[in-house]
Design a protein around this ligand. Structure first.
Ligand code: ADP
Ligand code: ZN
Ligand code: ZN
Length: 748
C-alpha cells in the first residue's frame, strides 16, 4: 500500500504528532467512523476538522471527511492504512456547517459519512478542487458593437453572429452554446477582426431579467415587524411572522436582510420548491442591485453548484436563496436566516435523510447566535404552538397591502348535484360572470391527468398499478394509464381486460378533464393548464406565467404548481374543486394541510384592487373544521386543531419517530418490526405503537410497514431509537430488507 501514498501533496502538519490516528467519515451505509493513519513522513501544518481526504476503502478510493484525531485506535495499528491525500488546505465545510452535519447525523440517525456526501456538491464529493469552475464565453467588443450592419451585407453568417450576441445580456454568450449555432470558422474570423473576444468567467449560475426596484414605504405593521426583528439583530431569536397572503412579508425580509448586509453579513433565504420563481429572485436582485445573490435549486449543473458553494464559503456571495438543501451551504458570515412559507411540506425530505430544513435552520441560527424569521400566511401548528408558548416571538401582518382586501368565501354543497366533469352548475355560472367582466378565473384541483380511476361498468374491474396499492390515473392526452407513485404506465385500452366490455368509465376528475370541460363550456376563452405534465419542458412554466400576466389566458386550471405563491392581479375568482380529501384522510396532519392549502389557493384571488371570491366545492358543507377556518380564520382553525392534537396526544404535544421497513415479500416487513418491538425493553415515558402497514402498503413493488415511537419528551424518544439501533446491530435482518428512520415524521 505504501507505494500508493501521494505524500508529496501533503503540505500540512498535525498539531500533536502523537495523534497519528485520523477518524474519517466515509460515505457508506455503515454508521461508524473509520480509522486511518497519518503517513509517517507527513510534515505539514495542522489538519482541521472538515477537511477532505482521499482514502483506500476496500478496493475503491473514496473521499472522506476528517472528523477527529487521536493517539490510539481500537484497530491494531498494523491493520490501519494511511490516508492517500489531503484534498483541501482549508476545510470545505465551515465550522458551523460541520457542526450542523454532525448534529443532523445524530438527530436523524443517519450515517455521518453519507450525510456529508448529501451536504456536499457532487464535484466535491468526487474529490474535485474546491474552487469555482470557470466557463468560456464570447462577447462583443466595442468595435463589434458599433459596427454598422451595412459593413457585413456580404458576410451574412458573421452578421448573424453579431446580431445574436447583441441580443444577449451583457452581449455575452456561453462558448458551448454559441458553437451549437455557429460554425467555428465564423467565430474565428470575427475574433480575428476584433469584433468579438473570448472571455473566461466564473460559471454563472442563474440569470434573471432585471427588474427596477420601486421602494415601497412600509406600512405600520411592517415597520413594527422590522423593528421587533432588528432590535435583537445580533442574537438568536426565532420570529414567527404570520402575515396573510399579500400582506407584505417579503418586504419585511428584504429590510431585515438589508440591515445585516450593511454590516458585512450574509443571509440565507429558504423557500419551498414551488415558490422559487424567477419573480421572487428578481425581486431580491432589484432590491439589492449591488450585492451578489445566488440561487440554489435542484436544477443546477454540478459546476454551477460548486461555483456557488465556493463563493459562499469565501463570503463573496451576500444572499443565498434556495430550496431545502440550501441549508447545507457554508456561510461563514451568516447574519440572518429567513424561512419563507415555513409550513410547506417541501422543507421536509421524504426519503434517504428525512430532515426538515426548517428545523435545521433553527438549529443553525441557534449555534450561530443569529435571528431567524419563519414566515407564513398559514403557520404550521408546531410553530404556532411554540409562539403561543412564548418560545417563538409572534408577529402578525393582519392586512393586505394597498387596496386589496381578503377574498370572500362560498361553500358549494356537492351532494346530489349534477356535476359536469367535476364542476357544479353554480360554479360554472359564477365562472361565466367573471369571464364576462374580462377578469381571470383560477380553478384548482390537486390531481393531474384526466381521471384518477378507470372502472369497468360491466364487471367492476378497476385499473390498478401492479407495483403499488394505487389506482392507475387516466391520461387523455397520452392515451395512457399511469401510476403516479412508481411511474408504471400502460396503454389506455378501450376494453376491459377482464370481461372485454367496452363500457369503461373514467371516474373523478383531474386537471385534464377540467380543462376539457371548460374549453367546451367557454369555447372562445383562452385557457392555460399548469401541472407537472404541461410544464415538463424547461422554461414552459415561466412562459405560461408570463402569458397569464399579460392577459393571454383568462381561465387558469392547475395543481398547486399554479396555486401557490404567485401574484396574479387580475384573478378575481378561485374555484377549489375538491377540498374534502383533508377531512377524512387517516393522516393526522390532513386537516392542517387542507386548511393551509385552501388559504394559499384562496390567496390568489383579489390581490389587487378588484375584490376576490373563492368557491369551495365540498360534500361536507357542515364540517366544523372547514367552517371554523372560513368563518373565524386561520388562528381559530389552528387553535381548534391544536385542541384535537392535545386530546389525542399528537405533535406538538408529543414527539414521534417512525421506523420504516420494506421488503419485496408480503408480510416480511411487518413480521420483522414485530420482532423488533418484542425485543425493545420498556422505557419510561415511551410508547411503541404498531407495527402497522404504511399508508400506502405496497409501493414500487415493496411491501411497507412502520413502527411508531411516541413520547412526551425527546429524551425517552431518542433512548428508544438508540435501543432499536442497538438491537438492529445485533440481530440479522432478512436479506433485501430496507430500513430507515423518520424522526419528526410529517405523515404517519
Ligand atoms: P407576501 O410575501 O406577504 O405575500 P408581498 O411582500 O409579496 O406579500 O407583497 C404583496 C404585494 O404588495 C407586492 O406586490 C408588494 O410589492 C406590495 N407591497 C408590499 N408592501 C407594500 C407597502 N408597504 N406598500 C405598498 N405595496 C406593498
Ligand atoms: Zn369488465
Ligand atoms: Zn405504481
Amino acid at each position: 500500500m505504501a507505494a500508493f501514498v501521494k505524500i508529496t501533496t501533503l503540505t500540512i502538519k498535525m498539531p500533536c504528532m502523537q495523534e497519528r490516528i485520523l477518524h474519517i467519515a466515509i460515505p457508506t451505509p455503515l454508521d461508524q467512523r473509520f480509522d486511518y493513519l497519518l503517513p509517517y513522513n507527513y510534515a505539514g501544518p495542522a489538519l482541521t476538522l472538515g477537511q477532505r481526504v482521499r482514502v483506500p476503502f476496500g478496493r475503491r478510493l473514496l473521499v472522506g471527511i476528517l472528523i477527529g484525531t487521536s493517539a490510539h485506535s481500537d484497530i491494531a495499528s498494523n491493520k490501519l492504512k494511511p490516508i492517500l491525500e489531503v484534498l483541501d488546505d482549508e476545510p470545505v465545510l465551515c465550522p458551523a456547517l460541520f457542526a450542523l452535519c454532525q448534529f443532523a447525523a445524530t438527530y436523524y440517525h443517519y450515517p455521518l459519512g453519507e450525510l456529508f456526501a448529501l451536504a456536499l456538491p457532487r464535484a466535491l464529493r468526487q474529490g474535485k478542487a474546491c474552487q469555482p469552475l470557470t466557463t468560456t464565453a464570447y462577447r462583443l467588443t466595442h468595435q463589434g458593437l458599433t459596427l454598422a450592419p451595412a459593413a457585413l451585407t456580404r458576410a451574412p453568417k458573421q452578421a448573424a453572429l453579431l446580431a445574436l450576441l447583441r441580443a444577449q445580456d451583457n452581449h455575452t454568450l456561453d462558448a458551448r452554446v454559441l458553437r451549437q449555432t455557429t460554425a467555428a470558422g465564423v467565430i474565428t474570423s470575427c475574433t480575428n477582426k476584433g469584433w468579438i473576444e473570448k472571455h473566461e468567467s466564473l460559471t454563472p449560475a442563474t440569470a434573471t431579467t432585471a427588474m427596477t426596484s420601486t421602494r415601497v414605504t412600509l406600512n405600520t405593521a411592517q415597520q413594527y415587524a422590522c423593528q421587533r426583528i432588528q432590535q435583537v439583530k445580533d442574537r438568536f431569536n426565532i420570529f414567527l411572522l404570520h402575515g396573510i397572503t399579500g400582506s407584505g412579508k417579503t418586504e419585511v425580509y428584504l429590510h431585515c436582510i438589508e440591515e445585516q448586509l450593511s454590516v458585512g453579513k450574509q443571509a440565507l433565504v429558504l423557500v419551498p420548491e414551488i415558490a422559487l420563481t424567477p419573480q421572487t429572485v428578481a425581486r431580491f436582485r432589484a432590491f439589492f442591485p449591488t450585492h451578489t445573490i445566488e440561487v440554489l435549486h435542484s436544477g443546477l449543473t454540478d459546476s454551477a453548484r460548486l461555483g456557488i458553494w465556493c463563493q459562499c464559503r469565501a463570503a463573496t456571495i451576500a444572499i443565498v436563496i434556495g430550496t431545502r438543501s440550501a441549508i447545507f451551504t457554508p456561510l461563514p458570515k451568516l447574519g440572518i436566516i429567513i424561512v419563507d412559507e415555513e409550513h410547506d411540506l417541501s422543507f421536509k425530505q421524504q426519503d434517504s435523510l428525512r430532515y426538515c430544513a426548517r428545523d435545521l435552520a433553527i438549529k443553525r441560527a441557534k449555534d450561530a447566535n443569529i435571528p431567524i424569521v419563519l414566515g407564513s400566511a398559514t403557520p404550521s401548528l408546531e410553530s404556532y404552538y411554540q409562539s403561543q408558548q412564548g418560545r417563538y416571538q409572534y408577529i402578525s401582518l393582519p392586512a393586505r397591502t394597498g387596496k386589496a382586501n381578503p377574498p370572500t368565501f362560498s361553500l358549494i354543497d356537492l351532494r346530489q348535484q349534477p356535476l359536469i366533469h367535476g364542476l357544479a352548475p353554480r360554479l360554472i355560472e359564477a365562472i361565466g360572470t367573471h369571464l364576462q367582466r374580462a377578469e381571470q378565473v383560477l380553478l384548482f384541483i390537486n390531481r393531474r391527468g384526466f381521471a384518477p380511476t378507470v372502472l369497468c361498468h360491466s364487471c367492476g374491474w378497476v385499473a390498478h398499478c401492479p407495483h403499488c396499492d394505487a389506482h392507475l390515473v387516466k391520461h387523455h392526452a397520452k392515451a395512457r394509464l399511469q401510476c403516479h407513485h412508481c411511474g408504471f404506465a400502460c396503454a389506455d385500452s378501450p376494453t376491459c381486460p377482464d370481461c372485454a366490455s367496452s363500457q369503461l368509465l373514467a371516474v373523478g376528475a383531474g386537471t385534464e378533464r377540467v380543462e376539457q370541460a371548460l374549453s367546451e363550456l367557454f369555447p372562445h376563452i383562452p385557457l392555460i393548464r399548469i401541472d407537472k405534465d404541461s410544464t415538463k419542458q424547461k422554461g414552459s412554466l415561466s412562459r405560461f406565467l408570463a402569458q397569464i400576466h399579460t392577459g393571454g389566458a383568462q381561465i387558469l386550471v392547475g395543481t398547486q404548481l399554479l396555486a401557490k405563491g404567485h401574484h396574479f392581479p387580475n384573478v378575481t375568482l378561485v374555484g377549489i374543486l375538491n377540498a374534502d380529501h383533508g377531512l377524512y384522510s387517516c393522516d393526522f396532519r390532513a386537516s392542517e394541510l387542507m386548511g393551509q392549502l385552501l388559504l394559499q389557493v384562496a390567496g390568489r384571488a383579489g390581490r389587487a384592487d378588484k375584490p376576490g371570491h373563492v368557491y369551495i366545492q365540498t360534500h361536507h358543507p357542515d364540517h366544523p373544521v372547514l367552517n371554523c377556518l372560513l368563518q373565524q380564520g386561520y388562528s381559530a382553525f389552528a387553535n381548534l386543531l391544536l385542541a384535537e392534537r392535545q386530546a389525542a396526544c399528537l405533535p406538538p404535544f408529543s414527539y414521534l419517530a417512525l421506523i420504516h421497513a420494506e421488503t419485496k415479500q408480503a408480510n416480511q416487513a411487518m413480521a420483522f418490526l414485530q420482532q423488533l418491538k418484542r425485543m425493545l425493553p420498556a422505557i419510561a415515558g415511551l410508547e411503541c405503537l404498531g407495527p402497522a402497514p404504511a399508508l400506502m402498503q405496497k409501493r414500487q413493488g415493496y411491501y411497507r410497514a412502520q413502527l411508531l415511537l411516541q413520547a412526551q419528551t425527546r429524551i425517552p424518544l431518542h433512548q428508544g431509537v438508540d435501543q432499536i439501533q442497538k438491537i438492529l446491530s445485533e440481530i440479522k435482518s432478512p436479506p433485501g430488507l430496507r430500513l430507515g428512520w423518520d424522526i419528526d415524521p410529517k405523515q404517519c
